[in-house]
Design a protein around this ligand. Structure first.
Ligand SMILES: CC/C=C\C/C=C\C/C=C\C/C=C/C(=O)SCCNC(=O)CCNC(=O)[C@H](O)C(C)(C)COP(=O)(O)OP(=O)(O)OC[C@H]1O[C@@H](n2cnc3c(N)ncnc32)[C@H](O)[C@@H]1OP(=O)(O)O
Length: 288
């Protein structure tokens, strides 16, 4: 099966979950969780995550984001910049309330499939993608950033995959996304320590590509990146990118339901619930 068909194909079970209207947000029409605008100078789409206060990633946000990605694919956009509308936070990662306390199993299954779907669409997009990391990007926030092709970050924020210290093992598609950006040894060090790096450290190890001081500079640096493809036929570029990324994506597509079940079993374990519970409490207590 060719890769474009594979991208559209998913198991019957997965399709049932993704297409079902369950877990529809009642306020979806009232509040947009993902905003899209077009930079009139460059024709590039700017996609802003807009789930205040910290862009924690919920099932509803993933669904909306996937819809936006489908639109951008069919409009054959020149490129996309992913950023945040929240002050100081790009994304705080998965919404912990989707994981704790003891999530409803059906909702969690759907949540995980939509997380996978988001990764598949972003990591496998045909058009060039830039993450403008205009705030902290821990855990799932970092996953979004490393799924893009190029990363531009403002100074003095933190980025990394901090799952291990809270007793959670990142799935292999997350690990492999990191290994597509960093050498295996650096990726292992970052994952096993769960350390969050500041902007300068992230630049020094190659986790991000550019440091900028403001949005104007970010747009200029993004444009430099996008214009490197101006003389490359769009289809050839897209197929080449997918050629590089297809093994990881195909592996997940064939294993989606199992990946969701494994993660659900892990999350439901009393020890895991306890660790996430104390972590969440410490997050809330920090401000007291
Ligand atoms: C716990 C790990 C569990 C599972 C790992 C699962 C899977 C592994 C595979 C995939 C990778 C993805 C994993 C994840 O993404 S798990 C989420 C991990 N996220 C974090 O550890 C970040 C936590 N947040 C922060 O460190 C700070 O909030 C942040 C630096 C982002 C911003 O700080 P700031 O001071 O600006 O805001 P706060 O006052 O801390 O937050 C405002 C408000 O929002 C609540 N909050 C923050 N983050 C989350 C979140 N991820 N989910 C739900 N709620 C969140 C925070 O508690 C505050 O609430 P309140 O006090 O009620 O106002």
């Amino acid at each position: 099966m060719n890769f474009s068909r594979l991208l559209k194909t998913t198991s019957a079970l997965t399709s049932r979950w993704l297409c079902s209207g369950r877990f529809q947000s009642t306020s979806a029409a009232a509040q947009k969780l993902v905003d899209v605008s077009v930079d009139s100078k460059t024709g590039v789409s700017i996609v802003s995550l807009n789930r205040k206060p910290v862009n924690s990633l919920s099932l509803e946000l993933f669904k909306e984001f996937c819809g936006v990605m489908d639109d951008l694919e069919s409009e054959k956009v020149r490129g996309m910049i992913l950023k945040s509308s929240c002050d100081n936070v790009f994304s705080s990662g998965l919404d912990i309330t989707e994981l704790y306390p003891h999530p409803d199993e059906d909702r969690f299954h759907a949540f995980w499939l939509w997380f996978q779907e988001t990764w598949i669409k972003l990591y496998g997009s045909s058009f060039p993608t830039v993450a403008f990391i205009n705030g902290h990007a821990p855990a799932g926030g970092c996953v979004l950033a490393i799924s893009c092709e190029y990363r531009i970050m403002l100074p003095y924020y933190k980025i990394g995959l901090n799952e291990a210290p809270v007793g959670i093992v990142a799935p292999d598609w997350v690990v492999n996304s990191l290994k597509s950006v960093l050498a295996s040894r650096k990726a292992e060090q970052l994952l096993t320590s769960g350390r969050l790096l500041d902007t300068q450290e992230a630049f020094d190890i190659g986790l991000i590509d550019k440091i900028v001081n403001n949005e104007e500079e970010a747009l200029a640096r993004s444009e430099e990146f996008f214009s490197t493809f101006d003389n490359v036929p769009k289809l050839a570029r897209a197929l080449t990118k997918q050629q590089v990324r297809k093994n990881e994506i195909s592996k997940l597509i064939k294993n989606r339901s199992n990946d969701a079940k494994l993660f659900l079993n892990h999350i439901l374990r009393p020890e895991t619930q306890k660790i996430i519970g104390s972590y969440f409490k410490s997050l809330k207590d920090r401000k007291k």
